[in-house]
Each structure stands twice: as structure tokens, then as C-alpha cells.
Design a protein around this ligand. Structure first.
Ligand SMILES: C[S@@+](CC[C@H](N)C(=O)[O-])C[C@H]1O[C@@H](n2cnc3c(N)ncnc32)[C@H](O)[C@@H]1O
Length: 255
């Protein structure tokens, strides 16, 4: 199912957009673990999302998007709905401005993902894309937010029907080097504990400017929920959330 080789035309469109708005793009903000993915990576991500079956009718949610994959995706493809949630208001304003100028249908929502999303608005998404802060706690929390935005809890068994679950995808970027296999194991443990199965894993799919702590690259996982997903068991680990800070008040210092 997965396809991520871009055509020349797609390449030109996405690189053209990035170069057009380069000067206005907010600089990466370390306290939110922002390390921008390269343009090539953003293009591959967009093409991969575009190859998901029936994407034009699917609801697509970006849990954080300072890499601007939502813009690249909408430039190349259509989806039923595209929403970006981020804590960083600068990123959201930038995405809104570019969307307006280019006529791209992207909704934005400012939110700290350490807290649950409002259930009334975030419950029917089909695909979530995210490149979370690089700690297992953040990974766990992001996955929980992704699950919550697609599968509602309670005793409604229909929500867990296989045909419903088989339409849900979580596309995750997460990195560890070959010397940190325990970190990779931790990722598998988090996924298993949440009842998610790895359908695809592409090693070193993502390249970054900076992000030396993960060797400036990360893997891409395509995950799906299994009937073992249990929303009631989901919990938030709040300690040591970001790689660069131990306290959970990310907005307190800019730098
Ligand atoms: C954590 S960064 C990971 C690196 C990624 N390549 C990047 O720079 O965008 C991914 C996104 O998560 C957002 N983010 C960080 N902490 C967040 C939080 N508590 N709630 C919502 N979004 C957050 C960042 O602003 C960024 O857009």
C-alpha cells in the first residue's frame, strides 16, 4: 500500500512552496523539540499520505506540524478534511497565511497535546500524522491523542469493529540509532501496550536539519489499531516530556 516516490512535478511544487515562503517561516523553537525535517522528507511524507486508500474522503489530523507536511499534502492531494493541532501559535498562523494565499483547505487548532483534545470536535478522524517530541512519555501521549481522535471509548462495541479499525492509520515518526536498540524496544513496548500494530516501518525515512540526538534521522511507522485498543486504560505520563527540559511548562522560555 505504501508509496512515497514523488514525481518531478510534485517535487517542483513542494520545493517551490518552501522556497517561496522561506523568509516568513518561523524559526525552530527548541523548547518544543522542533527540528525541521528536510524538504525532501516533507515531500515523501506528503506522497505517502496521498497513497492511503480513499484519501480524498478521509479526515486527516496532524498532531503538531512545524515541518509543514499539511501544506505539502494539500498542495498535491485532497482529503475530506485536514486539521493541524499545535501548541505553537507561530506555526499555526504561518500555516493559515500560506493556506489562504495558496487556497489550501487547512483548519488549525491551538492546543497543548499533553491535555486531551475536545471530544466533541475530535472524534472522527481516520488518519493521524505526527513526529512527537523524542521521549517515550511524549510518544505515549501523542499516540493516545491520536487514538482518542479516532476511536471513542465507552461500551460501544461497534467502534471497535474490524472494518472501522482497518480504516484508521497512525503515521508516526520516531528515531533511535543502531546503538540505542533499547530505545527502539521501548517504542515497541509503548505501541504494544496501547494495542497498536506496526503495519510498516521504514528505517531512516526522515532526515532533519539538526536533531543530532537521534542522528538527524528517524524512522517512519504506519500503525493501525487492533481490537486490543482500550481507551479507558490510556493514561498520560507527564514527567520528562521534552528532550531539552524536565518541567512541563514549555511556553515559559523562548530561545
Ligand atoms: C515535537 S516537534 C518534532 C520535530 C519535528 N520535525 C518538527 O520540528 O516539527 C513536532 C511538532 O510538535 C509540536 N509540539 C511540541 N509540543 C507540543 C505540545 N505540547 N502540544 C502540541 N504540539 C506540540 C511542535 O510545535 C512541532 O510542530
Amino acid at each position: 500500500m505504501i508509496q512515497f516516490e514523488a514525481t518531478q512535478e510534485q517535487h517542483e511544487k513542494v520545493f517551490g512552496l518552501f522556497s517561496k515562503y522561506r523568509e516568513d517561516r518561523p524559526k525552530p523553537y527548541r523548547n518544543f523539540d522542533q527540528f525541521f525535517a528536510t524538504e525532501e522528507t516533507v515531500l515523501r511524507r506528503a506522497v505517502l499520505l496521498g497513497s492511503i486508500p480513499d484519501i480524498s474522503q478521509r479526515q486527516l489530523l496532524f498532531l503538531g506540524d512545524s515541518d509543514l507536511v499539511s501544506l505539502a499534502f494539500c498542495l498535491l492531494f485532497k482529503a475530506g478534511r485536514v486539521t493541524v493541532v499545535d501548541i505553537d501559535n507561530r506555526i499555526l498562523r504561518f500555516i493559515e497565511t500560506v493556506s489562504q494565499k495558496e487556497g489550501l483547505p487547512i483548519e488549525t487548532f491551538e492546543h497543548d497535546l499533553r491535555n486531551p483534545l475536545p471530544k466533541s470536535e475530535f472524534k472522527r478522524y481516520d488518519i493521524a500524522f505526527f513526529d512527537p517530541p523524542y521521549t517515550p512519555e511524549a510518544l505515549n501521549t501523542w499516540l493516545i491523542r491520536a487514538i482518542e481522535s479516532m476511536i471513542t471509548g465507552g461500551s460501544d462495541r461497534k467502534k471497535k469493529k474490524l472494518e472501522v479499525l482497518s480504516r484508521k492509520y497512525y503515521v508516526l515518526c520516531y528515531g533511535y540509532t543502531d546503538r540505542e536498540t533499547e530505545r527502539g524496544l521501548k517504542v515497541q513496548q509503548v505501541l504494544t501496550s496501547l494495542g497498536l500494530v506496526i503495519q510498516e516501518k521504514i528505517r531512516d525515512f526522515n532526515r532533519y536539519y539538526g536533531a543530532e540526538s537521534i542522528g538527524s534521522k528517524s524512522d517512519l511507522f504506519v500503525l493501525q489499531p487492533t481490537p486490543k485498543v482500550n481507551i479507558r486504560k490510556l493514561d498520560i505520563a507527564r514527567s520528562q516530556f521534552y528532550t531539552g527540559q524536565k518541567q512541563n511548562n514549555p511556553g515559559s522560555e523562548r530561545g
